[in-house]
Design a protein around this ligand. Structure first.
Ligand SMILES: Nc1ncnc2c1ncn2[C@@H]1O[C@H](COP(=O)(O)OP(=O)(O)OP(=O)(O)O)[C@@H](O)[C@H]1O
Ligand SMILES: [Mg+2]
Length: 260
């Protein structure tokens, strides 16, 4: 691996009953970068996330995080190695409050046992306080602190997406995988969300991002990887990719100047 690559995907393939969802895909995500993964509907983007997080088993290829091979690990180990994701379809606990949703995730991460909590050791109380503080800090940074006692289901859609991000961050990842995080957001929410991601990135977070909102993804990504029918058809800076003929025709189904 080259020194700065946090995630390295090499020759990754996955078929579903003959359908090649991901085909011989290779790309890297450098430490501290924001990489956009784009492509038309059904191009295989979410499947890549499912392969990287080991929810799905790859047919071929390797996935390394900081040089460590992930394809031999079960999904919970992948998360413990430092990969967190959000989902295309929001997965919150709708009946829990915003704060409870975050605490639940932090609690899963923390070395916190039922026995300890029953005995009520002082270290546990300290740990609980620490968890509460951490949850509130994360909610504050995402602009959700004032809604911490609201039920997750009562939040506007954009806020639910931001809560998903907070929950992913609560696992203290090294790499964030975001699957269409701005879907359903209005332009103001999207631009606030972009600011939040850029702030996280400036603090060192590495991000791989699936997006259909081109303005958003081109605006915040260092590099863009383009998939079509499971294969990488282009890769480069946002401006390189935007002027790439293969990308244009994949999106439009024809070259840009062919008959208006
Ligand atoms: N578990 C599965 N079983 C069978 N086929 C699947 C499965 N997951 C994905 N596919 C198929 O693989 C292809 C790629 O799907 P995927 O969800 O990865 O695309 P995508 O790029 O995320 O699309 P979208 O932009 O619409 O979310 C599609 O044809 C899809 O129907
Ligand atoms: Mg998808």
């Amino acid at each position: 691996m080259s020194n700065g690559d946090l995630l390295e995907v090499n020759g990754l393939s996955k078929s579903f009953m003959g359908l090649r969802a991901v085909h011989d895909l290779s790309f890297v995500v450098g430490q501290g970068r924001i990489v956009g993964l784009i492509g038309p509907n059904g191009a295989g983007k979410t499947t890549v996330f499912n392969l990287v997080t080991r929810v799905l088993r790859a047919d071929n290829g390797s996935i390394r995080l900081a040089g460590e091979e992930l394809t031999v690990l079960p999904p919970h180990e992948v998360n413990r190695r430092g990969i967190a994701r959000t989902f295309q379809n929001i997965r919150l606990f709708p009946g829990l409050t915003v704060l409870e949703n975050v605490l639940w995730t932090i609690g899963t991460r923390a070395r916190y046992t039922l026995v300890q909590s029953m005995i009520g050791l002082p270290t546990v109380h300290a740990e609980e306080r620490g968890m509460l503080e951490e949850a509130c800090d994360l909610l504050n940074a995402a602009g959700l602190y004032d809604r911490r006692h609201d039920k997750a289901r009562s939040l506007p859609y954009g806020d639910q997406r931001r809560l998903e991000l907070v929950r992913a961050l609560a696992t203290r990842p090294r790499l964030l995988l975001l699957d269409e995080p701005t879907a359903g957001m209005n332009p103001t929410e999207t631009s606030q969300f972009a600011d939040h991601l850029l702030r996280l990135n400036s603090e060192g977070m590495t991000i791989l991002l699936i997006e259909h909102d081109m303005r958003f993804v081109m605006g915040i990504s260092n590099r863009i990887v383009v998939l079509n029918y499971g294969s990488k058809i282009a890769e480069g800076t946002p401006s390189e990719v935007q002027s790439n003929e293969a990308v244009i025709s994949a999106y439009l189904g024809r070259p840009r100047n062919a008959g208006g």
